[in-house]
Ligand binder design. Sequence first.
Ligand code: 13P
Ligand code: SF4
Length: 357
Amino acid sequence: SDPGLVERARAAKAALGDKVFVLGHHYQRDEVIQFADVTGDSFKLARDAAARPEAEYIVFCGVHFMAESADILTSDAQQVVLPDLAAGCSMADMATAEQVEECWDALTEAGVADATVPVSYMNSSADIKAFTGRHGGTICTSSNAQKALTWAFAQGDGSAPAKVLFLPDQHLGRNTAVRDLGLSLDDCVVWNPHKPNGGLTVRQLRDARMILWRGHCSVHGRFTLESVREVRERIPGVNVLVHPECRHEVVAAADRVGSTEYIIKTLQDAPAGSRWAVGTELNLVKRLAGRFAAEGKEIVFLDRTVCFCSTMNRIDLPHLVWALESLVDGKVVNRIEVDRETEKYARLALERMLALP
Ligand code: 13P
Ligand code: SF4
């Protein structure tokens, strides 16, 4: 990265001292991640943001829904900055508040809303999190989806377990239900927000244990069963390690599955000489390949035709320098601020997640 910009970022951070706290998601570029005070997956970063009451400014190097969650979990006096407002998430955009209300109306008409607990992936807008909180549900991330679903199914009225509406990543929902909770694929139906009644019959809504929203990650959704077959052929003895946002057949064919934090830990603990094909965002895979090469671990990207998360990559060093230098000048740029009413219910859902055993 540009040495002039590196120096400016360093100087701005030094000038701000403890007033600023920089969080970096594992998918961020190297040029940005070097300035993060902490790095982590979505769950760790939400907790870390909440644990910094002394920081006046939280600069979030990640995507919009993460910055919103940080704003919800921090005090009103703390200001959250997203260095580029165009850093959104295509998956989070796949569930709008109106669409989710329509779905809830259909569940109410089918007579099943009372028995349904919403579980929303962190990768959703603050509106969706507020919807979740208002209807007694919880947020989850890829590192605690199993716990969140176990909790949600246990919210039944005693005569029957609850039904779950899982938003917005159908793959994480399906993978967790089937792999970790022993549900069958037939227990799950997919709600398509672009079709009348989600493309489902009332009978299907009544019979399903799990209603999955038709959303997916535009990066992880690109890995295929063919990617797994090809890498196994190309690299004998390779271990396939993927994120649970991948399609069900990819997860079923993999050796290990888990969040970004789990992926890092697995590679840390792997023996020298082991070989790994990793199916998650490319910035992280490249960084891990470099870091562990010296320990004799061979790490490759699961499918060379899949590219970076374009929105994560919007946060680059020029944007970070601009955000930090503006703070030095006393100007807060790109502040992310969730309105109070939304924040109240979204916080309820996030706190339910943080309180999961
Ligand atoms: P985690 O940080 O929970 O592993 O999620 C990955 C992701 O896609 C974030 O956008
Ligand atoms: Fe969204 Fe996928 Fe990018 Fe994560 S990797 S920010 S889920 S598009």
